[in-house]
Write a protein that binds this ligand. Structure first.
Ligand code: SF4
Length: 258
């Protein structure tokens, strides 16, 4: 596929030898195509190591999100987006410039779920923007997808101050929105990027090494979940890209068989 190779080269990504779709196998010797070098050290660590934001729900309007989560499960896309865009259910509403709802194909087979918007996302009003977004686009291209083919969302819809990890309470307050997005899309596969997203979706605190490499079936989520590394982490740890490429191959195989 010369077009894909040209695209990868233009992105500064090593071109790999393409495999036949029917013969997708995970190989420790395979060259990963995910070799975008980081020029940005603004997100240098795994989110697990970050300090949580002190919870102070009293500062936010707790009544802005319906306590009746069943109400959210009945919303259509328009109603859901409208509710989320004005949400003040946790104190992150005081930090953000704008809510980052998510974007992409609302009937996608593949749904990407990250952790939270970056400050750059918050400024631009776009999800997975900048260098992180460029790597995500390259990862999707390597899988044979355009970014517009998939749906991309975050576990938490508002950015935190100083790249802190959202608190459990903040994540819980935001979770009904993500669950409604999943149920509206009905993807065939969810790719959870990073430990924060993985832990929230799987209700597990296991390490990434334990969670990767297998499909997880979670009550209340109507698609298998595959865990991999967040592109932000891959930019800071390029040696992990080979493992990420292995994960993407599992995803490709699952999507091809479903
Ligand atoms: Fe609402 Fe979620 Fe933003 Fe908190 S993070 S204000 S729950 S949209």
């Amino acid at each position: 596929m010369p077009d894909k190779n040209a695209y990868l080269k233009a992105m500064g990504i090593d071109v790999w030898l393409e495999r036949e779709p029917a013969n997708i196998e995970i190989s420790n010797h395979e060259q990963s195509p995910l070799s975008v070098e980081s020029k940005n050290d603004s997100r240098p660590v795994e989110l697990n190591s970050l300090e949580p934001v002190p919870a102070d729900i009293s500062a936010a309007d707790k009544t802005a999100i319906p306590e009746d989560k069943n109400n959210i499960t009945r919303l259509d896309w328009s109603e859901l987006q409208s509710m989320v865009s004005t949400c003040t259910a946790c104190e992150l509403s005081e930090v953000r410039q704008q809510v980052i709802f998510g974007e992409g194909n609302r009937t996608a087979s593949l749904m990407i779920i990250g952790d939270m918007p970056t400050e750059e996302d918050d400024k631009q009003g776009a999800i997975f923007s900048g260098e992180i977004g460029a790597l995500l686009t390259a990862m999707l291209k390597a899988m044979g997808y355009q970014r517009s083919d998939v749906y991309i969302a975050n576990t938490v819809k508002c950015c935190t101050a100083q790249k802190q990890e959202p608190t459990e309470e903040q994540a819980e307050r935001c979770e009904p929105y993500l669950l409604r997005q999943i149920s509206l899309i009905q993807p065939k596969l969810i790719l959870a990027f990073g430990s924060f997203a993985a832990h929230r979706l799987l209700k597990s605190k296991s390490s990434m090494s334990r969670l990767r490499g297998q499909l997880h079936y979670v009550e209340g989520i109507n698609a298998p979940v595959l865990v991999s590394y967040h592109p932000a982490y891959l930019l800071q740890a390029p040696n992990v890209k080979r493992k990420a490429w292995e994960d993407l191959q599992i995803a490709m195989k699952e999507l091809a068989s479903s």
